[in-house]
Design a protein around this ligand. Sequence first.
Ligand SMILES: Cc1cc2nc3c(=O)[nH]c(=O)nc-3n(C[C@H](O)[C@H](O)[C@H](O)COP(=O)(O)OP(=O)(O)OC[C@H]3O[C@@H](n4cnc5c(N)ncnc54)[C@H](O)[C@@H]3O)c2cc1C
Length: 358
Amino acid sequence: MATAISLAERGVAVDLIDLDAEWRVYGAGITITGPTLRAYRRLGLLEEIKQQGAITSKTRLFRYDGTHMLDLDEPVIEEGLPATGGIMRPVLHHIMQKRVRELAIPVRLGLTVDALQNMDDHVNVGFSDGTCGSYDLVVGADSVFSKVRDLAFPHMGQAQPTGQGCWRISIRKPPGLEMGEFFLGHANPCGITACAPDMVYMWMLTAHEERESFMSDDELFDTLKLLLADFGGNAGWIRDNMTRSDWINYRPLAAALQPANWFDGRIVLLGDAVHATTPHLASGAGMAVESGIVLAEELARTDDVSTALRAYQDRRYSRCRDVIETSVAVGQLQLDHGDPQIHAKMLEGALSRLNEPF
Ligand SMILES: Cc1cc2nc3c(=O)[nH]c(=O)nc-3n(C[C@H](O)[C@H](O)[C@H](O)COP(=O)(O)OP(=O)(O)OC[C@H]3O[C@@H](n4cnc5c(N)ncnc54)[C@H](O)[C@@H]3O)c2cc1C
């Protein structure tokens, strides 16, 4: 949607398709860091995110027992831009959908691509409903399991498991929570992000065990409660106040930086399809939004599509590599029970590099 919005705003005619017939997103919260808020500001969506989500000036780091360690330095990177924030994913999805509708972008749902044929100056596309079309450019922003990638870039691989899994719960806000919180120094670090005046989501990272891929709602609840046994502060509050009706999810983590080139002829990949990361820097969605904006900017700069696609890749490759490599390294440090101070420094270093213009 970010790519479609950025292109449509520059006068490009866009067709948007999505596999999900109901165009939904699951019920977790999402952390929106300063750089991600900056990208959403470029899409004209910052004010709505501020109104419907939650913004804060800092993230506070604790030892897992609730002892305060330090506050992350999260400077305001642009005048008038909040330092960091969070929002419920369905709320963010609706804000973006509304902008897509305002721009009159045609949206076809319950649809995927079955065939792609790269020609000299266009792509012939066969859709899953039997229709076909011809496009100047096809953008595959269709998730970590990208079908466009499978069809047009068969040499690229699937994202690789990192050995960790992520638990998430959406729950009412602990009364004492004032800003984002991380709880470190435990084999299973966790964090809390405010997503609305009265809602937060909490995440916890654990070493992945295969049996955990198939848990019932009751097992999810019981296991997460047990995993929080050692935690103090607001993480302990969530353990003591969570209910079986709260949204709880567990997902094994995987990451992949696909090899360049991210384009071939008139087909280009974007987002998790080429730069899928783990949540350690809370930046995967931010990277996808930035990539959409950069692609539209580069296409607007020249009539030569291959020059634009190369410039897009050049601007995105090392920034996305930094996010993925740092995220995977932080995850490995956690699996190795590394020093929480090193963990905190790695987070701080990577987040400040992301403050650089994209
Ligand atoms: C546990 C976890 C926590 C995370 N937390 C954060 C966070 O706090 N902050 C952050 O910035 N990032 C976070 N991320 C990363 C973020 O969710 C992803 O990086 C981001 O959603 C990628 O966006 P995308 O548009 O590339 O793909 P997606 O969000 O997966 O969207 C892909 C879209 O394509 C559609 N689609 C899929 N297949 C097809 C097909 N074959 N044909 C047509 N359409 C298709 C889907 O329906 C979907 O609408 C987290 C990730 C995980 C796993």
